[in-house]
Write a protein that binds this ligand. Structure first.
Ligand SMILES: [Zn+2]
Length: 128
């Protein structure tokens, strides 16, 4: 799936975000090695620390389906015109599942990065 289609799917997922506190509706698509896709949206909570990011939601859906290796994660926010990058926690979560490509929605279209570009020197323990 090309980057434009991935971002479109992430934006569709973002429409279902539960974001009454931030007003930032975020959607994500996690793509497994076999091409299977898993969508997620942010789910906020009055106790802010209990909030689940869209990327984490998508990765949790993939993990629940038994996926342990992800090729890509795409993320989009409906409520900003600026590029919308994953937070630090989600970058670390992506590391755990071996994400190689991160697609970010930007004002001039999708932007591709390697995970290493946006999370250099990631915390990795006990993995090859
Ligand atoms: Zn996050």
């Amino acid at each position: 799936m090309n980057t434009e289609d991935l971002i479109a799917e992430a934006r569709t997922a973002a429409a279902n975000a539960y974001a009454p506190y931030s007003g930032f509706r975020v959607g994500a698509v996690a793509v497994a090695a076999d091409g299977s896709r898993f969508v997620g949206a942010n789910v906020e909570n009055a106790a802010y620390g209990s909030t689940i990011c869209a990327e984490g939601s998508a990765i949790a859906a993939a993990a629940t389906a038994g996926v342990r290796k992800l090729d890509s994660v795409a993320v989009a926010c409906l409520d900003t015109e600026e590029a919308f990058y994953p937070c630090g926690n989600c970058r670390q979560l992506m590391t755990e599942f071996g994400v190689e490509r991160v697609v970010v929605d930007g004002p001039d279209g999708p932007m591709e990065h390697t995970l290493a570009e946006i999370l250099p020197h990631a915390f990795i323990v006990g993995r090859d």
